[in-house]
Structures are given as C-alpha cells and as structure tokens.
Design a protein around this ligand. Structure first.
Ligand SMILES: *[C@@H]1O[C@H](CO)[C@@H](O)[C@H](O)[C@H]1NC(C)=O
Ligand SMILES: *[C@@H]1O[C@H](CO)[C@@H](O)[C@H](O)[C@H]1NC(C)=O
Ligand SMILES: *[C@@H]1O[C@H](CO)[C@@H](O)[C@H](O)[C@H]1NC(C)=O
Ligand SMILES: *[C@@H]1O[C@H](CO)[C@@H](O)[C@H](O)[C@H]1NC(C)=O
Ligand SMILES: *[C@@H]1O[C@H](CO)[C@@H](O)[C@H](O)[C@H]1NC(C)=O
Ligand SMILES: *[C@@H]1O[C@H](CO)[C@@H](O)[C@H](O)[C@H]1NC(C)=O
Ligand SMILES: *[C@@H]1O[C@H](CO)[C@@H](O)[C@H](O)[C@H]1NC(C)=O
Ligand SMILES: *[C@@H]1O[C@H](CO)[C@@H](O)[C@H](O)[C@H]1NC(C)=O
Ligand SMILES: *[C@@H]1O[C@H](CO)[C@@H](O)[C@H](O)[C@H]1NC(C)=O
Ligand SMILES: *[C@@H]1O[C@H](CO)[C@@H](O)[C@H](O)[C@H]1NC(C)=O
Ligand SMILES: *[C@@H]1O[C@H](CO)[C@@H](O)[C@H](O)[C@H]1NC(C)=O
Ligand SMILES: *[C@@H]1O[C@H](CO)[C@@H](O)[C@H](O)[C@H]1NC(C)=O
Ligand SMILES: [Cu+2]
Length: 568
C-alpha cells in the first residue's frame, strides 16, 4: 500500500516536472485496448477469434461512481470495429457510445480511437462490447463500478467478488455464420456452447480442464457480478444447494431478492450475493437457455462452473451436485423473476419516476419477412427473415447519424419514426394475415425535446414467430413501470403501473405476445440507439434511434466531439 502511494507520488512529481498537466485538460486513468486476433481452443477445436489484448473474455474495467476513464482502442484486426460501454450513460457525450453508423464510423484496421467513458449515476456491474456486426461474440468484458470513495454498498460488504460472464461459442467463425444467414435469408446457425468466463464447462467434450472454478471460504459472502454477453438466448442460472440474493440489476441497486435461480437476458447484468453456508464441497453453477419459440431451434446445451469450498472434504473426487433449473419453456419462471425486482427507493437511493408524461410512444417489435425472387430464400415459405419497430426495418446509413445531426448534413436520416403503430391490428392474435408480415425499409429517428418525460410502450407481436425481445436503450436507464400479456390497453393498463419502486434498467425483455411500459426523462442530449439485444434481430432491423435535443443552458447541451473521431 505504502509503496504504491510512494510510486504514485513520484509519478505525479515526475509528471509535473516533465512539463505538467496540459493546459485545461484533466488527467484521467487510461486503459489500453488492442483489438486483435488470437488462437483459442474450445470444444476440441482450435480457431482464431477476435479479442481485446488477446483475452477472452476481455479485460475488466474498474471505476468508481462518477469517474471518467479513457480507453485507447487500437484496431489491429482485419475488419472494422467499434466498442460500446453498455449501460454507461455518457452524459452529453454520445461521441464515445460506439454503435457503428449510429454515433460513429468504425475504427478501420490500423486505426485508433481514444474513447472517453464518462460515468455518472451507474453503480454496480455493466459490460463493454463490440458494436459492429457479430464481433461482440468474443469482444466483450465486464465493467465494475464501485461506490464513490468512502461510500459503502447498501448491503453487507462482501468478502470477495467474481465476475460471471455468460457467453456463447460457435465452432465456426461467427462472422461467417452471420454472412451465410444474411445471404440465405434464413435463421443463423445456433451456437455450439454457452460459456462461463470463456469456458463451456464439464458437460462439453474436451472442456473439463478449463472449467471456471471459484474458491470460497465457508461462512463468507461473495458478490457475483453476472453479465449475459451471449448473442441469442435469455439464460437461467443457478448454483447447486445455494440461493442467490439479487441486490442490483443493470448497475442500479434493488431491494434484495432471494431466489433459487436467476434469469438474465442478453444485455442485462445482475449483482447477486452468494452465502457460502453449505457443507464444504463442490457445487455446480449452471446456466442454460430459455425460449418460448415454437419450432425454432436453439442451443439447448448447459454451461457449468464450480463453486469449491476451501478445506478438506470427502470424497473430493465425487462429481459436484447439480442445481435444478427451470424448464426451457418456463415462461412463468422468467416473468416471475423479472417482475419481482424492485428499486431500493429509499432516502439514500431515491428514485425519480416521471409522473407527468409529456411524450407517449408506442412501438411494435416484430419479426417479419421480405419476399424473395421465386421464393428461394431460407426463411419461412421461401422468404427472407427480417424484423422491425413500428413496421420499419432499420437500414444503416453510410455515415453516422450523430455526425449528420451535429453537422446538419441532410439526407442521411428522416425524423418520421411513428409515435404509434402505423396500423392497429390484433398484435398478439394466434394467426396473422400474411399481408401484415412485410415491413417497410427505412431510417427514421424520433426527435425528443430536452427534458421531456417519455413513456414508451413496447408491444410484441405474433407476426411470423412471436418471441420475446430484450430491448436495450443507449444513453439512459428507464423505469419499468408495467408489463403484461396480450395487447396494451392505454386506458386500463396504466392503472396497474408501479410508480413507487419500479426497477431501473437499460435492457428489458418484452414477453412473447406481450408488452412492456418504460419511462425516462429525456435529459441526456445526443443520438441514442434503441435495439433488440438478440444479435440476429438487430441484424434483421429491429432497432430505431432517438435524437434528444439540447436544452437551453450550456450544461444541457452536447459536448463537442473529440478530435480523433474515426473518419467515414
Ligand atoms: C451451419 O450448420 C450446418 C449444419 O450443421 C453446417 O453444415 C454449416 O457448415 C454451418 N455453417 C456455418 C456458417 O456455421
Ligand atoms: C462429444 O464427442 C462425441 C464423440 O465424438 C460425440 O458423439 C458427442 O456428441 C459429443 N458431445 C458433445 C456435447 O458435443
Ligand atoms: C416468484 O418469485 C418469488 C421471488 O423469487 C418467489 O418468492 C415465489 O415463490 C415465486 N413464485 C413461484 C410460484 O414460483
Ligand atoms: C412444428 O413442427 C411440426 C413438425 O414439423 C409441425 O407438425 C407443427 O405443426 C409445427 N408447429 C407449429 C406451431 O408450427
Ligand atoms: C437438444 O436438442 C437436440 C436437437 O434438437 C435434441 O436431440 C436433444 O435431445 C436436446 N437435448 C435436450 C437436453 O433437450
Ligand atoms: C414445455 O415443455 C414441456 C416438456 O418438453 C412440455 O411438456 C410442455 O407442454 C411445454 N409447455 C409449454 C407451455 O409449451
Ligand atoms: C404536466 O405537464 C403539463 C404539460 O407540460 C403541464 O401543463 C402540467 O402543469 C404538468 N402537471 C404537473 C402536475 O406537473
Ligand atoms: C424464377 O423462375 C422463373 C421460372 O421458373 C425463371 O425463369 C427465373 O429465371 C427465375 N428467377 C430467378 C431470379 O431465379
Ligand atoms: C406460403 O406462400 C403461399 C403462396 O404465397 C401462401 O399461400 C401460404 O399461405 C404461405 N404460407 C405461409 C405459412 O406463409
Ligand atoms: C386477439 O387475439 C387473441 C388471441 O387469438 C384473442 O384471444 C383476442 O380475443 C383477440 N382480440 C381481439 C380484440 O380480437
Ligand atoms: C407494414 O408496411 C407494409 C408496406 O406499407 C404493409 O404492406 C404492411 O401491411 C405493414 N404491416 C404492418 C404490421 O403495419
Ligand atoms: C469500414 O469502414 C469504412 C468507413 O466507414 C467503410 O468505408 C468501409 O466500407 C467499411 N468496410 C467494411 C468491410 O464494411
Ligand atoms: Cu428481438
């Protein structure tokens, strides 16, 4: 500790002597992220994957609440790349946000971009990931945001913490999987394994030696920082003989929720306490998919890690016990868990749910199809699979929307994203007329006035294949005030909203044939992406963009761009 302080002091002294801090520029902690390929062996096969610093999962970023960091991103790979700080609001600074062609053009091979990551209200676990095509399959890592210095957690201080990063592994190159799917118009190949901290675990071939193990001391409490970085599946996770107490989601604290299992969708994060209070031994952590899709193939394998107690116990060689997990199709298990989450909503951790909504929006989220010449595509009935919000299947521009907006370049995007579905129909009916199935292609944003109080209802539809959608909003967290099955009823349903202690999240699962209502105050000016966090749905067009205008005051306006924005 002392040595560390001395070295730090000498460093600062040297820094000042060697020219000092540049004029008017604060000093920030920096991370060096080199995006490059590396060889990895999983499931008995060796292949090249894209990584950051050769690591899979990538390096963990540590911050304290309210801190600003700089990540110097070097692209030493063969393809364009962008990086996104998932759940970090980046107040007034969308320039670092990362989604390709939304807030920046990609970092080309050989290029570099120094991304300023501005933390504000986030506290808990988040993650960072690539935001171009499917590269986030292997380019991701945890972000851990500690309380401010000299502040504690709103729960007993854990003895130690472990990131639990859930991922998905394809034996084939993921870029190739996407390319083939987009070419044929069919469903992309399912993954070959799920992973915990990069390892498939004992139940897969050739995987036993690498299985992730966390060693615990009997009687102590551990904080699991769980991230779902998978591309295609909502997951159930449980630990044999142990319950988990969820204390935070999406870097926002929750009232403690003790459960036998947790559910987590792609894009979501959970902070959960594990009490090492069982007889010393070895216990499996296991995770596998949930799906409501009928006749949709999915990866039904199970990834495992091991909780192993320090000390001696017999027989040490017996296999660890296995936790019960809900059935693959147990919708109740998913809904019951996520609707049991409640914000702390106390004096120290107050909430501010918008009560006087000024902007009401409703958007459908649908899987769709486009016709193919001679019905030669591999989607249903020879069509090409697609997806949409309010019947618009999003088309990427060739220069990023943020730049176009900031510089006033016309013709890049339209501002006519509809506030309500363009056609009222029975969204959740068992059978839908084929004529409704084909969306429009377009690029329309929704412009929001600064400080408007927004309510957004996301309505799932049963077009093509009704399935759930984990919807993620950049630049904001939102309060999840309501949700249900069937069609949203604008008169009846708001009566049962939770405006007292709704969970604050950045990603929420719209249930199959159901809806979700969220609220947020549009007080972060910029260009902010909203999309399904199932990667195939994103590739098919299930996304839209909010432009939040500047406010009147200088502290309510977007900051200027950095000098090194990647050129288009
Ligand atoms: C997709 O899966 C099929 C059948 O298992 C396999 O033959 C094909 O090589 C896979 N293609 C890609 C790109 O993963
Ligand atoms: C493991 O390998 C065996 C033999 O090659 C094969 O039959 C089996 O399907 C594999 N299991 C998994 C989970 O891949
Ligand atoms: C629903 O979840 C709560 C909180 O985890 C739990 O107490 C309750 O038993 C669950 N209900 C059912 C029927 O599983
Ligand atoms: C699912 O597939 C089976 C066999 O192909 C078929 O008989 C059944 O009708 C399908 N169900 C639905 C809901 O599409
Ligand atoms: C997983 O899916 C495969 C292929 O559909 C099937 O053969 C297998 O029985 C399933 N396994 C489990 C555990 O459901
Ligand atoms: C879920 O799967 C089980 C076992 O495969 C089946 O018996 C049950 O009918 C399914 N439930 C629903 C709601 O599809
Ligand atoms: C709600 O908003 C409207 C429109 O901005 C405003 O006229 C009204 O006074 C507000 N009501 C409350 C209680 O804030
Ligand atoms: C579609 O089918 C017609 C008649 O079989 C054929 O003449 C035409 O070349 C086909 N077009 C394409 C794009 O395959
Ligand atoms: C498939 O296409 C044919 C011809 O356009 C149509 O009659 C039929 O209803 C379609 N079926 C489905 C399930 O889309
Ligand atoms: C919508 O479809 C559902 C499921 O088929 C049905 O129960 C409901 O009555 C329909 N609603 C209306 C208004 O037609
Ligand atoms: C979407 O727009 C297309 C083209 O205008 C139309 O044919 C289709 O019926 C619309 N579908 C819905 C669900 O609004
Ligand atoms: C990489 O990004 C540049 C800049 O936007 C673009 O011109 C180029 O087409 C991209 N390359 C690929 C393969 O997408
Ligand atoms: Cu989706």
């Amino acid at each position: 500790m002392w040595l560390g302080k001395k070295i730090f002091f000498l460093f600062i002294l040297g820094f000042l002597l060697l020219g000092g801090i540049p004029h008017c520029q604060a000093w920030f902690r920096r991370y060096r992220f080199v995006v490059r390929e590396a060889w990895y062996t999983r499931l008995c096969e060796t292949k090249k994957i894209l990584t950051v610093n050769g690591q899979f999962p990538g390096p963990t970023i540590y911050a304290h609440k309210g801190e600003t960091l700089i990540v110097d991103v070097y692209n030493r790979g063969k393809d364009n790349i962008t990086l996104h700080w998932h759940g970090v609001k980046l107040e007034r600074y969308p320039w670092s946000d990362g989604p390709e062609y939304i807030t920046q053009c990609p970092i080309k091979p050989g290029g570099k971009f120094s991304q300023k990551v501005i933390f504000s209200s986030e506290e808990g676990t988040l993650f960072w990931h690539a935001h171009s095509e499917w590269s986030r399959a292997t380019v991701h890592g945890a972000i851990i945001v500690y309380p401010k210095y000299n502040f504690g957690y709103p729960f007993p201080r854990p003895f130690a913490e472990f990131p639990i990063i859930l991922g998905e592994w394809w034996k084939k190159d993921v870029g190739e999987v996407l390319k083939v799917a987009l070419k044929t118009g069919g469903d992309p190949n399912i993954s070959d394994a799920f992973t915990i901290n990069g390892q498939p675990g004992d139940l897969y071939n050739c995987s036993k030696p690498g299985t992730f193990k966390m060693s615990v001391v009997h009687g102590q409490t551990y904080l699991l920082r769980i991230v779902n970085a998978a591309l295609s599946d909502i997951l159930f996770l449980a630990v044999a003989n142990h319950q988990l107490t969820v204390v935070g989601v999406d870097a926002s604290y929750m009232k403690p929720l003790t459960a036998n299992y947790v559910t987590i969708s792609p894009g979501q994060t959970l902070d959960a306490l594990l009490f090492a209070n069982q007889p010393p031994g070895r216990y499996y952590i296991a995770a596998r998919a949930y799906t409501s899709g009928v006749n949709i193939s999915f990866d039904n394998t199970t990834t495992t890690g091991i909780v192993q107690y320090y000390g001696q116990y017999y027989p040490p060689s017996s296999p660890p016990s296995f936790p019960p997990l809900p059935n693959y199709n147990d919708t109740f298990a998913i809904i019951n868990f996520s609707s049991s989450l409640r914000s702390l909503a106390c004096k120290k951790h107050p909430i501010s749910v918008p009560l006087n909504v000024t902007t009401k929006l409703i958007s459908t989220v649908s899987v769709n199809t486009f016709p193919c010449p001679n019905s030669t595509c591999e989607g249903p009935n020879g069509t090409r699979l697609a997806a949409s919000m309010n019947n618009i299947s999003f088309v990427n521009p060739s220069i990023d929307i943020l730049q176009a907006y900031y510089k006033g370049i016309n013709g890049v995007f339209g501002n006519q994203f509809p506030s309500v579905p363009p056609l009222i129909f029975n969204y959740t009916a068992d059978y839908q007329p084929l004529i409704l199935q084909t969306p429009k292609r377009g690029l329309e944003v929704k412009v929001l006035e600064y400080d408007s109080d927004v309510e957004l209802v996301l309505q799932g539809t049963s077009l093509v294949a009704g399935i759930e959608h984990p919807m993620h909003l950049h630049g904001y967290s939102f309060y999840v005030v309501g949700g249900g099955f069937g069609n949203f009823d604008e008169y009846k349903d708001p009566l049962s909203y939770n405006l007292v202690d709704p969970p604050l999240r950045n990603t929420i699962v719209v249930p199959k044939k159901g809806w979700i209502a969220v609220r947020f105050k549009a007080n972060n000016p910029g260009v902010w992406f909203m999309h399904c966090h199932f990667e195939r749905h994103l590739s098919w067009g299930m996304e839209m963009v909010f432009i939040v205008k500047n406010g009147q005051q200088s502290y309510q306006t977007m900051l200027p761009p950095p000098p090194d924005m990647p050129p288009c």
